[in-house]
Design a protein around this ligand. Structure first.
Ligand code: GLY
Length: 424
């Protein structure tokens, strides 16, 4: 089988790596890919916005399966388009079902209708009603979320009515995120421990393929601005079997049942952003894709051939699949460009890639190759992943390796895998 992965980040490098290990796969393509995906796949320089050229390429090459990494092509209907314009099967939900990630309001209403625990919320489509609501609200802090996609920057915690009004003004009047922030959700702030669970589903059945915690803030000790993720670990260190069972019973099963009863046609990965509160687990958000950098620790621990799982989804036999996850733990450390996530320079020559130990899985994110040399080309540049017996051992080993990689103004968090933030 010929398989194409869409995207060019670390998550897509992890997907390409995993798919290249499948016994069913003859050739892997990365559209557009990066220098890391080029080690396992044929990179194809087509923009993800150009659905027509992707369809043409898929047809010419006889590609049978396409797996989109990021949410954008999914939300723009890559499944609907490619499945009608080519003979490929696209492992992702159709555009209409991507509302679980692309509209916070619709996702919250779905949760409410299906009794899925989540923070109390109110949604607004105009600034006057939203600001009058937050002025009169008594329970601070509140969380303000742009309704649409905002590259992970559309969620702000406001500690006072004045702060909330100012965020609403930026979002709804100044349109900080364009149409994405013309509507908002205002919800109660939840206290607890955050974690993420990843499933594959055909909309009726599901399999838990892994869980992870990410490190969202830029600097050690969870300080600084929010980023796409500066590192991740798997499994979630505080999640006991009982907590996992409760997560399945109160969140995952009602979500799948909701999809089925509401006749929402869903297929693909589904990512649950969760928080364990004093009242049990609650949903912070759904994403219709794998996380980045969570995929980088989930996929290397998954023992199953990913193609067997996807084929089972396709044939309606997912119930027969037994998921096997390695008992070892995994850590991913992201090396970023100085100044990320605000502003950073590109084009810095990267040294030391060849001296990294063979035990490290090295994924590229924002890099580019020129004349055999690798340069930085984004905010999150490289991901180092290691697997081992326990978080302490793996963390010590991975930081020895991270130090071997150098480029001007490189930075990374030094506390990925440190469990103190989980009170463990
Ligand atoms: N790491 C967070 C995300 O992928 O949305």
């Amino acid at each position: 089988m010929r398989v194409a992965i869409l995207g060019k980040g670390g998550r897509e490098n992890a997907l390409v790596h995993k798919i290249s290990q499948s016994k069913y796969v003859e050739k892997v393509y990365a559209i557009p890919g990066n220098p890391g995906t080029a080690r396992y796949a044929h990179n194809v320089d087509i923009s993800l916005e150009d659905f027509m050229s992707i369809a043409e390429y898929v047809n010419n090459e006889g590609i049978e399966l396409v797996i989109p990494g990021p949410e954008l092509p999914i939300s723009r209907g890559i499944k609907d388009f490619l499945e009608s314009a080519s003979s490929a099967y696209v492992f992702a939900p159709p555009q209409e079902s991507s509302f679980l990630e692309t509209s916070k309001i619709r996702a919250k209403e779905f949760m409410k209708r299906n009794n899925i625990p989540t923070a109390n919320f109110h949604s607004f489509a105009d600034f006057e009603s939203a600001s009058s609501f937050v002025r009169g609200y008594k329970k601070y802090p509140v969380v303000i979320k742009a309704d649409g996609l905002a590259e992970g920057k559309g969620v702000v915690i406001a500690h006072s009515p004045a702060e909330a009004v100012s965020v609403l003004y930026e979002f709804m009047v100044e349109r900080k995120f364009g149409a994405s922030s013309s509507k908002v959700v205002v919800e109660d702030f939840l206290e607890g421990l955050e974690y993420s669970v990843f499933i594959v589903t055909d909309g009726k059945r599901y399999k838990w393929i892994g869980d992870a915690s990410d490190y969202k803030k830029a600097y050690d000790g969870d300080r600084g601005p929010n980023t796409g993720g500066m590192g991740s670990i798997s499994p979630v260190p505080f999640l006991t079997e009982e907590m996992r069972r409760i997560t399945e019973e109160t969140i995952i099963k009602p979500t799948i049942k909701g999809l089925e009863t509401e006749k929402i046609n869903y297929v693909g990965f589904l990512y649950f952003g969760l928080i364990w509160t004093k009242n049990g687990p609650m949903v912070l958000e759904y994403n219709v894709r794998l996380g980045d950098p969570e995929a980088q620790v989930i996929l290397p621990r998954l023992e199953n051939d990913l193609i067997s799982i996807i084929e089972a989804v396709r044939k309606g036999t997912l119930g027969r699949i037994k998921i096997k996850i390695k008992p070892e733990v995994a850590i991913c450390v992201v090396i970023a460009s100085g100044g990320y996530p605000v502003s950073y320079e590109k084009g810095k020559l990267i040294y030391g890639l060849e001296s990294v130990s063979r035990d490290v899985i090295l994924y590229h994110a924002g890099t580019r190759e020129e004349d055999g040399k690798i340069y930085t080309d984004g905010g999150r540049v490289l991901n180092l992943v290691m697997i081992g017996e326990d978080f302490k051992t793996v963390s010590d080993r991975i930081y020895n390796e991270v130090e071997k990689i150098r480029f001007e103004k490189a930075f990374y968090r030094r506390d990925i895998g440190d469990l103190t933030k989980f009170n463990l």
